[in-house]
Design a protein around this ligand. Structure first.
Ligand code: ADP
Length: 334
């Protein structure tokens, strides 16, 4: 039965996982458009483990755009949310459901308001990249609701404007965020290097090193590094371009040895850039240092890498191609 005029509600739901960078994104060349100073590469996690689930509803009876995150209403007035809403609305297409009596013309989307409800199945704003899963999911689900026809690459460049690393969560498996060259950011988007079936015995374990909130937000930390760290300039211009090529090769060949060494080297250099920043940024603590030392000793005793680490903010990811390693004293999520 068709709904009475103006009484209908149309909904869409999506789910997106978070991702862990093995070549890190650190530093923007354009703050408003969120354009990075270097390419980055990540592994997308299993959505059953760490993901955001978002439902978006649209109705002529909604007087304004509203959003609830984990059951609590949050403001949508920030530039990042507004960019995603604006860019998706621009690309919205005509939609018709004759049975339900719903017909939305392209130009109608501009005047229709949305209600968004999202839930993360892991801690929000705790250094586990909820913003990456959240903005990827928001853009994907809004696109589904508004009948957007653009491919995932194009959607990734919109998700990027919510949170840089969100662009990589549009794809599963191994993903590269190409920094792009254009000033308008239209070529700064994610591409899938290999899908989630490519390297089945790669295991990622997340150990929570500290539950304290990070003292320096990524946004302000990156800004300070770009302005003050000579090492960041060298890393972006010289180190990362060749490291990205080697990492792509390691992923293609499922070469754990190279993958492990490159990942550890990139993680260490990221923390070196933080120390090279003025004022210096400390994202590691004594526990993080002990994990690095343990992993180095473990790998040294075996002759070749068995496991490697990736430290960022409050988490330490241990990646292993053969062992599921459990370190006493660390909580394993989820
Ligand atoms: P994290 O390390 O978890 O990414 P940030 O402080 O960088 O922490 O980002 C947290 C912010 O990301 C939240 O305040 C919110 O604006 C946004 N966010 C988190 N989860 C979601 C979600 N599911 N949907 C939309 N936005 C989200």
């Amino acid at each position: 039965m068709a709904a009475p005029e103006g009484q209908w509600v149309l909904m869409a739901t999506g789910r997106s996982p978070t991702n862990i960078a093995v070549i890190k994104y650190w530093g923007k060349r354009d703050e408003a458009l969120i354009l990075p100073v270097n390419d980055s590469i990540s592994v997308t996690l299993d959505p059953d483990h760490l993901s955001a689930t978002t439902t978006v509803a649209v109705s002529p009876s909604f007087p304004s755009d509203r959003m609830w995150l984990n059951g609590k209403e949050i403001s949508l007035s920030g530039g990042r949310f507004q960019s995603c809403l604006r860019e998706i609305r621009k690309r919205a297409c005509e939609f018709e459901d004759e049975k339900k009596g719903i017909k939305i013309k392209k130009e109608d989307w501009e005047n229709l308001h949305v209600h968004i409800a999202s839930y993360n199945n892991f801690p929000t704003a705790a250094g586990l990249a909820s913003s990456a899963a959240g903005f990827a999911c928001l853009v994907f689900t809004l696109g589904k609701l508004m009948n957007v026809k653009e491919d995932y690459g194009e959607l990734s460049s919109i998700a990027r404007q919510g949170s840089g690393s969100a662009c990589r969560s549009l794809f599963g498996g191994f993903v590269k965020w190409c920094m792009g060259k254009k000033d308008d950011g239209s070529d700064s988007l994610a591409v899938q290097l290999a899908d989630e079936t490519h390297w089945n015995d790669l295991v990622i374990i997340i150990a929570v090193v500290s539950s304290k909130q990070k003292e320096t937000s990524s946004t302000s930390g990156m800004r300070d590094s770009v302005v003050t760290s000579p090492l960041l300039q060298y890393r972006a211009q010289t180190v990362v371009p060749s490291r990205v090529l080697k990492m792509e090769e390691a992923i293609k060949n499922r070469d754990f040895d190279s993958f492990a060494k490159l990942t550890c080297a990139d993680s260490n250099q990221f923390h070196a850039v933080c120390l090279d920043t003025s004022p210096p940024i400390f994202y590691m603590n004594d526990t993080s240092h002990r994990i690095i030392s343990l992993v180095e000793k473990w790998n040294h005793s075996q002759g070749t890498p068995q496991v490697f680490f990736l430290l960022f903010l409050n988490i330490c990811c241990l990646l292993s191609s053969q062992y599921l390693c459990v370190l006493p004293g660390f909580a394993i999520l989820p």
